[in-house]
Design a protein around this ligand. Structure first.
Ligand code: SF4
Ligand code: SF4
Length: 502
C-alpha cells in the first residue's frame, strides 16, 4: 500500500516508457497548436493590415521602462502569476523556443547524437545577468538620474507604439536572416554542444526571471509514492535535473530549472511522482550543482562566463543587426569553445561531441582540425571586435553631430564619424545600412553633399518606398547644383513637386 492507503500500482519499465512516449506526443501537439496560433496571428496581420499587438515577452520592457501597457507585458505578468501558483508550466507547454530546442534534440537523437549536458555552476548567471539588464537596469538608471516614472497608459500606433493593436507587427522582430540565425544558434547549435534545453538553462532572461519566482511557487513535482531510486526519472529529464536525488533528499524536485513538463511523473513505474501544491522549494537547490559528478571545474566556469561576457559585448548590435539573444547564444558558444580548448591542453584524453580530439596525450587528426577551426574563430572574433569598436565610435560621433546640425559646424565630430563609419563600410564583412544613413547625414551636415550622395543613393536602393530617403537625395542633389536631377527624383518618386524651397 502507498501513503494514504491507495493500492500500489507498479508498471513494467516498458509500459512506463510507452506512457511517457504518449505523454511526449501530447505535449508536442500542444506546442504545435501554439505555433498554429502564432501563424494565425501573423496571417491576420497580413490580411487585415492591423492586428493584436505581438505577444512578445520582451515588450514587457516598454511597460517597465515607459509605462506603456503592451500585450507582451500583460502576458508576462500572467505567466509570472501562473509560475507563482503552478510553477514553470509555460516554459514547456507554451514557449516556441523550447519547442525548437526539444525538436532539435529529437532530430539529433534520430541521427544518433545524444547531446551531453554541460554541468556549469556559473553559466545560469548569464540568463540572470541578461534579465537584470533587461528588466532591472533601466529602473536603476531612472532612479539614479532621478527621473520620474511615466505611469501606466495605453498608447496607439500614432503615439509611436500601439499598446493593444498595431499595424506595425514586426516592430521588434529582426529580419528573416537574423531571425533564422538566432533560431539556429539558440535552438540548434546550443542544444548540440551544451545539452538539451541549454538556452532555457543558461541564456533565457525570461526563464531566469521565472526561476526566481519558481523558488517561491507552491506548485511542484513531489514524491507522493514509494520510490526505489531506479533513476528513470533522472534519465528522462531533458532539463538535466537529478530528480531521484532531489526527491530522496527533499521529497520534491527543488531545482528552479524544472519546467513542469511532467515527463518524470509519467516515466516512473511506481507512480511515485506527481505535481501538486505544497511548501515552496526556496533555496534548497543551492549546492546541487556542486554535488553533480560531472560538474565543471571553477576555472572552466570562470572562463566560460568571462568569454561569454566578451562575446556579448562584441556581437550585440554588430553591423547594427545582431539582437541580444543571438549575441548571448554566440557568447555561450565561444565560452564553450574556450573551455574545450583549455581541456585540449590539460586533458590526456578528450572527446567532444562524439569526436576524439586527444587520445593518450596525442592530438588526433580531428584535434588538429579543431585547432584550425579555433584559430579561424579567433580571427573572426577579433575582426568582429575591431569592427564593433569602430561602429561604436562612429555612432557616438554621429550622435554628437546630430545634436548640433548645421553645415560646416560639426567638423571635429563629423570627421571622427566619417573616419570610423567609412572604415566599417570598407572592412566589414557586410555593409550595414545604418552606416550609409549616418554618413549621408554627416557629409550633408559638414557641407559635403557630393560625398553624401552615394550613401543617400544606397539608402534609396535599399528602401525605395521610404519617402524621406528620396527627399534627402533630392536635397543633396540640389545642394550640388544638380537641379534637374533633384526635380527628376521629385517627379518620379515624390509625386508633384511643391516649389517652396527655392
Ligand atoms: S521517482 Fe524516479 S527513481 Fe523513484 S521510482 Fe520513480 S522513476 Fe524511479
Ligand atoms: S523534473 Fe520532471 S517535470 Fe521537471 S523538467 Fe525534469 S522531467 Fe520535467
Amino acid at each position: 500500500m502507498r501513503r494514504g492507503g491507495e493500492a500500489l500500482v507498479v508498471l513494467t519499465v516498458s509500459a512506463a516508457k510507452a506512457r511517457a512516449a504518449r505523454h511526449g506526443r501530447a505535449r508536442a501537439l500542444v506546442l504545435l497548436v501554439v505555433h498554429l496560433v502564432i501563424a494565425a496571428h501573423i496571417a491576420h496581420w497580413l490580411l487585415a493590415g492591423r492586428t493584436v499587438a505581438p505577444l512578445e515577452l520582451n515588450e514587457s520592457m516598454y511597460t517597465l521602462e515607459r509605462g506603456v501597457i503592451t500585450v507582451g507585458g500583460i502576458l508576462m505578468a500572467l505567466i509570472v502569476l501562473s509560475v507563482f501558483v503552478f510553477g514553470r508550466f509555460f516554459c514547456s507547454w507554451g514557449c516556441h523556443v523550447l519547442a525548437l530546442q526539444d525538436g532539435a534534440a529529437w532530430l539529433l537523437e534520430r541521427v544518433g547524437i545524444r547531446p551531453r549536458p554541460v554541468r556549469s555552476r556559473l553559466a545560469p548567471l548569464v540568463g540572470l545577468s541578461v534579465a537584470f539588464y533587461m528588466f532591472a537596469w533601466p529602473q536603476v538608471e531612472r532612479l539614479w538620474f532621478k527621473q520620474p516614472w511615466a505611469g501606466l497608459r495605453v498608447t496607439t500606433d500614432e503615439d509611436g507604439l500601439g499598446s493593444l493593436v498595431t499595424s506595425d507587427f514586426l516592430r521588434n522582430l529582426p529580419g528573416p536572416w537574423v531571425a533564422g540565425a538566432t533560431f539556429l544558434v539558440c535552438g540548434g547549435v546550443l542544444v548540440w554542444l551544451l545539452g538539451t534545453r541549454s538556452f532555457c538553462r543558461f541564456a533565457c532572461p525570461y526563464g531566469a526571471a521565472f526561476s526566481i519566482v519558481d523558488r517561491v511557487s507552491i506548485g511542484g513535482i513531489r514524491l507522493t509514492g514509494d520510490c526505489d531510486q531506479c533513476g528513470l526519472c533522472t534519465t528522462v529529464c531533458t532539463t538535466h535535473i537529478r530528480v531521484h536525488e532531489e526527491i530522496a533528499q527533499h521529497g520534491r524536485v527543488v531545482s528552479p530549472n524544472c519546467l513542469k513538463d511532467l515527463d518524470c511523473t509519467k516515466i516512473c513505474p511506481r507512480n511515485a511522482l506527481s505535481w501538486g501544491f505544497g511548501a515552496p522549494s526556496l533555496l534548497r537547490s543551492i549546492g546541487n550543482a556542486n554535488r553533480s559528478p560531472n560538474a565543471w571545474m571553477w576555472r572552466e566556469d570562470v572562463s566560460l562566463l568571462g568569454t561569454t561576457a566578451l562575446g556579448v559585448l562584441i556581437f550585440r548590435s554588430l553591423y547594427g543587426e545582431l539582437p541580444l539573444f543571438l549575441a548571448v547564444g554566440i557568447g555561450l558558444l565561444l565560452g564553450w569553445c574556450a573551455v574545450m580548448s583549455m581541456r585540449m591542453w590539460t586533458n590526456e584524453n578528450l572527446r567532444v561531441a562524439r569526436v576524439q580530439l586527444r587520445l593518450h596525450r596525442r592530438i588526433t587528426r580531428s584535434g588538429r582540425v579543431w585547432w584550425v577551426l579555433m584559430v579561424t574563430v579567433f580571427v573572426f572574433v577579433t575582426h568582429s571586435a575591431w569592427i564593433r569598436w569602430h561602429e561604436a565610435q562612429g555612432q557616438r560621433a554621429w550622435q554628437a553631430c546630430s545634436l548640433e546640425p548645421g553645415i560646416g559646424a560639426v567638423s571635429e565630430s563629423g570627421a571622427s564619424a566619417v573616419e570610423h563609419l567609412e572604415l566599417v563600410l570598407a572592412y566589414g564583412l557586410w555593409q550595414p545600412p545604418y552606416a550609409h544613413r549616418m554618413l549621408a547625414d554627416v557629409y550633408a551636415w559638414m557641407g559635403q553633399p557630393a560625398n553624401a550622395i552615394p550613401h543617400a543613393q544606397r539608402m534609396t536602393e535599399l528602401w525605395p518606398e521610404a519617402t524621406n530617403r528620396w527627399q534627402q537625395l533630392a536635397a543633396l542633389l540640389r545642394m550640388t547644383g544638380d537641379e534637374r536631377g533633384a526635380e527628376r527624383i521629385e517627379r518620379e518618386h515624390l509625386g508633384a513637386r511643391s516649389f517652396d524651397s527655392d
